[in-house]
Ligand binder design. Structure first.
Ligand SMILES: NC(=O)C1=CN([C@@H]2O[C@H](COP(=O)(O)OP(=O)(O)OC[C@H]3O[C@@H](n4cnc5c(N)ncnc54)[C@H](O)[C@@H]3O)[C@@H](O)[C@H]2O)C=CC1
Ligand SMILES: N[C@@H](CC=O)C(=O)O
Length: 365
């Protein structure tokens, strides 16, 4: 049996669902995979809770009773007493935490993240992080950076590493904007209302402006561009921002109060549609020309993008072997369940790849 200690940053939509899934599948992992996945650390932005026994289903109570003020070294110091593999899981959207990944790796943690920021900081940071991880033989998994639980990152990586040239990746990259524009195009409803519903159902980024500004989709394009071998920066991406300038600088609460200021311009976009068209938010990565574009477009209802429902994402990958007909991946591209399952799949992937290490009993318990 391999015991692995899990330390989770971020206890929101995705983090909480991940905890539930790990606890519910605990016996399955032990029996089927010989993995004892034990959550020993939980952190929100202010507090931290560690327990060598592992948290229980009553973790919210445990956290509120026993958590302590978070300090930079809280997890590091706790983990030093246990000679077992450890994985830090980032279920936040924090830029600050992303900048700590090199240090977290330096402390011997494998990293699994749903947060796209570390992979979309400068190319220099991207390369340095990988150098540190490789030098310590540590794993870094981030399948949920693109398409939540859909297997996009691994597919592009596998194509690239097998010598296949990837030419282009097009589609609806955002489950959040998929949900918003699929509903907005079909229903007689205010744009602001659909955005609020998406936020309340856990489909958007913590700040929906990250989606509406096009930044979140741009990050996904950059993650895939780098998997396909390109060396590019975030600033190289052409992005259409759907947030009017006056709302861009507001606090999140102010923005949500003023959300209806977006209704008029979006209604105009809807009025301009021809009868057989719908609005879709599209990402286009042209690997050969090294261009990345993010924009809202009118597409035919009968096109693959036009037929999407719910929070579905849709990815068309064109490469040497998929020239005329693309390799297509489609399915729920956002949502707490699918994203948490994607994180769990990355955790299990790391667990399975680790060699069994004989560990003294006192270190395991
Ligand atoms: N919700 C979804 O469908 C998907 C989300 N993701 C990614 O998952 C991440 C989390 O998303 P959600 O759970 O929906 O957001 P959320 O807002 O529900 O949860 C994030 C939590 O992280 C906490 N947090 C912020 N800074 C922190 C820090 N430095 N340390 C510890 N905790 C901190 C916040 O207080 C919040 O509770 C984001 O990066 C998002 O892009 C990825 C794929 C799909
Ligand atoms: N905003 C994201 C949700 C997770 O990343 C998306 O639109 O897919």
């Amino acid at each position: 049996m391999k015991t692995i200690h899990l330390y989770i940053f971020g206890l929101g939509n995705v983090g909480s669902k991940l905890i539930q899934q790990v606890l519910e599948s605990h016996e399955f992992f032990k029996k089927q995979q010989h993995l004892n996945l034990r959550i020993v650390g939980l952190a929100n932005s202010r507090r931290v809770y560690t327990t060598s026994k592992g948290i229980t289903a009553d973790w919210k109570n445990e956290f509120s009773k026993h958590s302590q003020v978070r300090e930079e070294k809280s997890f590091y110091e706790f983990s030093e007493d246990y000679q077992v593999p450890k994985i830090a899981i980032d279920a936040t959207a924090s830029k600050e935490l992303s900048k700590f990944y090199p240090e977290i790796a330096g402390q011997g943690f494998h990293i699994v993240t749903a947060n796209k920021i570390a992979n979309t900081l400068s190319q220099e940071f991207y390369d340095q992080l990988r150098a540190i991880l490789n030098s310590q033989n540590l794993k870094f998994e981030y399948e949920t950076n693109v398409g939540a639980g859909l297997p996009i990152v691994q597919t592009v990586r596998d194509l690239y590493h097998s010598g296949e040239q990837v030419f282009a990746i097009n589609g609806v990259f955002s489950g959040s904007l998929g949900y918003i524009f699929n509903r907005y195009s079909q229903e007689d409803v205010l744009f602001s209302q659909v955005v609020m519903d998406a936020l309340q159902n856990g489909f958007t980024e913590p700040d929906p402006r990250e989606d509406l500004s096009g930044n979140d989709v741009a990050r996904k394009l950059l993650v895939l561009a780098r998997e396909a071998g390109l060396k590019l920066e975030f600033e190289d991406i052409e992005i259409e921002n759907l947030v009017v300038p006056q709302l861009q600088t507001y606090s999140l609460n102010q923005f949500l109060t003023e959300l209806s200021s977006l209704d008029e311009q979006m209604q105009q976009r809807k009025n301009d549609l021809k009868p057989n068209e719908v609005l879709r938010h599209l990402g286009q990565l042209d690997v050969r020309n090294q261009t990345l574009t993010v924009s809202l477009q009118a597409v035919s209802k009968d096109s693959p993008a036009g037929q999407l429902q719910g929070s579905d994402g849709f990815f068309e990958i064109y490469s040497e072997s998929y020239t005329k007909e693309p390799l297509v991946i489609k399915g729920a591209g956002a949502g707490r369940e699918v994203t948490a399952r994607g994180l769990l799949s990355d955790i299990v992937k790391i667990g399975r790849s680790l060699k069994q290490q004989p560990v003294p009993q006192f270190c395991v318990n």
